[in-house]
Design a protein around this ligand. Structure first.
Ligand code: FAD
Length: 538
């Protein structure tokens, strides 16, 4: 099989043109091309009236060696790399070794458990939230009736934080071992559309994610894993073994104790009580940077026209996304984060008396608004003094948002133009906010520190140069966005992925500070599963 990259064709090319282009590029006759598959398809929309599709193709040809030799100088043609997943060669653990325990059934924990189960290591997964169907009822109940279940919500439950999301499945992580391909392949096996394997920015949307999570749970169980829901880890036992701190087990919310020497903590960025527990048990934790800001809603049509011009609405392109950055005069970076084309803004609280926003969409991405977090980067210098100070900082901002919103889980909101001018909003314009239960118009300035407000005001005006029409008076801002990434890092050794000071503890995924997003959390899960398998064999 050989790979052709950078094969460019016009957006509306007929299907047959692709085969023709492959033949022309390889300089072979039709009979010599035995077959081909699209490995990746992206687009270049810099020239809006002439958008170009860019393909990477895997082609099977009659005499591959001859073609490769003839085109040896073409840097876009070469043998297709092997992107298949290979399990680490780990020996069977000694008889009597307790099974590995995985805390959290988000994308990270799910992939730790799936890989361990595929290796025959029978993981036990402990998840504080409910199975995904019941969790959906609780989450929608909160959005409709303002009734928050602090153990079953957007953050907690089967599937983790990404379940009610846009389901974006791309990431900018380096992936030399093609773990991302393994994740996508497992998702397709679990019911995701095949196109996620080849489109450049795959996404699956909320409802499909729910079904896939159920399928993966069934697969883990079929392979000998066990998953317990509504089971929170409330304590961990760490012993001193010849001067080394070693994990020995966990205590569950029902009082049960479970022995293990291999404990994966894939707990996400919102398990603040569990972060506190780990800190109290002496696990090494440090503060890390994250970002704060607002969700912004524009009409999706505005973004589509700006990005795709006359090609707005083209089915292959779908609803347009955007990525924008502004370096503010006070030294802060302001950037778009977790942009959801054709989606909705969601209430993502997991604690009483606090409001936090996020975004989600369905596969079709056909809601009328585009939403994105617009956030300001902050560092531990903004919340100094304690490794967990970032959590207190997030809580403070989320509590302020709760009060500004009317103390009933409505989110505080403001029109973009009013925010920039510093006047409270009283009436919505053409953009109808999608957040449920409701958006309470007010002045958002007291919701964030002054440096963030100043940077955001400057950025909204500046973004108009990047996306014409972005600085729109009646675009709606909703606050506050605080859970952009984990405020802590549970540091681990690079070599064996175990905690810096606690053997047998594998900090993993977003909560531990080693991932940001569904794909990178799942990829980290694979890496950690391999580390666990190797440690169990040792
Ligand atoms: P999580 O998904 O947070 O999973 C952690 C799990 O651990 C949770 O289920 C939790 O209940 C459980 N847990 C915590 N503490 C305990 C305990 N003590 N005992 C037992 N269980 C425990 N990312 C994208 O890439 N694309 C998107 O489109 C996207 N959209 C998003 C939309 C929303 C609304 C949200 C909230 C997030 C979105 N994200 C998105 C981010 C993405 O969801 C996260 O990056 C990802 O889920 C992190 O995976 P994780 O497995 O590390 O942690």
């Amino acid at each position: 099989m050989l790979r052709i990259s950078e094969l460019k064709l016009p957006l509306d090319h007929p299907e047959a043109a692709l085969r023709e282009a492959i033949l022309a590029r390889l300089g072979i006759a039709s009979a010599e091309l035995l077959g081909f598959t699209v490995f990746k398809r992206s687009y270049d929309a810099r020239k809006k009236s002439a958008i170009v599709l860019i393909y990477a193709i895997d082609a099977e040809v009659h005499d591959e060696a001859a073609v490769l030799a003839r085109l040896a100088r073409d840097q876009h043609i070469g043998p297709s790399p092997d992107t298949g997943y290979k399990f680490v060669p780990a020996a069977r653990p000694a008889p009597g070794t307790p099974r590995p325990v995985v805390v959290g059934m988000g994308p990270c924990g799910m992939f730790v458990a799936l890989i361990l189960a595929q290796m025959g290591l029978n993981p036990l997964v402990l998840e504080r939230g409910k199975i995904v169907r019941e969790r959906t009822v609780d989450t929608f109940g909160f959005w409709r009736k303002r009734k928050l279940n602090t153990e079953s919500n957007v953050q907690f439950g089967e599937g983790g934080a990404g379940t009610f999301s846009d389901g974006k499945l791309y990431s900018q992580i380096k992936d030399p071992k093609h773990y991302g391909r393994k994740v996508l392949t497992e998702f397709v096996k679990a019911g995701a559309p095949e196109e996620i394997l080849y489109v450049s920015k795959p996404h699956i949307g909320t409802f499909r994610l729910v079904k896939m999570v159920e399928q993966i749970r069934a697969e883990i169980t079929r392979l000998g894993g066990e998953i317990r829901f509504e089971t929170r880890v409330d304590d961990i036992y760490v012993g001193n073994e010849a001067g080394v701190r070693q994990v020995q087990g966990v205590r569950l919310s029902n009082g049960e104790e479970i022995a293990t020497r291999h404990l994966v903590m894939a707990i996400g960025h919102s398990a603040r009580d569990t972060f506190e527990l780990l800190y109290e048990r002496g696990v090494y934790i440090e503060a890390k940077p994250f970002s704060i800001g607002f969700r912004v809603e524009h009409p999706q049509s505005l973004i589509d026209v700006c990005r795709f011009g006359p090609n707005a609405g083209n089915k292959l392109l779908g609803a347009a996304d955007y990525k924008i950055v502004h370096h503010a005069s006070n030294g802060r970076s302001v950037y778009s984060f977790c942009m959801c084309p054709g989606g909705t803004v969601v209430a993502a609280s997991s604690e009483e008396g606090r409001v936090v926003t996020n975004g989600m969409s369905q596969y079709s991405r056909n809601e009328r608004n585009a939403n994105s977090a617009i956030v300001v980067g902050i560092t531990p210098e903004d919340y100094p003094g304690h490794p967990l100070a970032g959590i207190a900082f997030q809580r403070e901002l989320e509590s302020r948002a709760y009060v500004l919103g009317g103390s009933n889980y409505d989110a505080p909101g403001q029109l973009m133009g009013d925010f920039v001018k510093g006047v409270p909003s009283t009436e919505f314009g053409s953009v109808v906010p999608s957040f449920r239960p409701a958006v309470h118009l007010t002045d958002l300035a007291p919701s964030l520190p002054q440096y963030a407000i100043q940077a955001l005001r400057e950025a909204f005006v500046a973004f108009d140069k990047q996306i014409k029409g972005y600085y729109k008076h009646d675009a709606v801002l909703t606050g506050v966005e605080t859970r952009t990434s984990s405020p802590i890092r549970i540091k681990r050794n690079d070599a064996d992925l175990q905690s810096l000071n606690t053997r047998g503890l594998f900090p993993a995924g977003e909560g531990a500070g080693y991932a940001g997003g569904i794909m990178s959390a799942a990829v980290d899960g694979i890496r950690v599963a391999e580390a666990v398998a190797l440690a169990m064999a040792a």
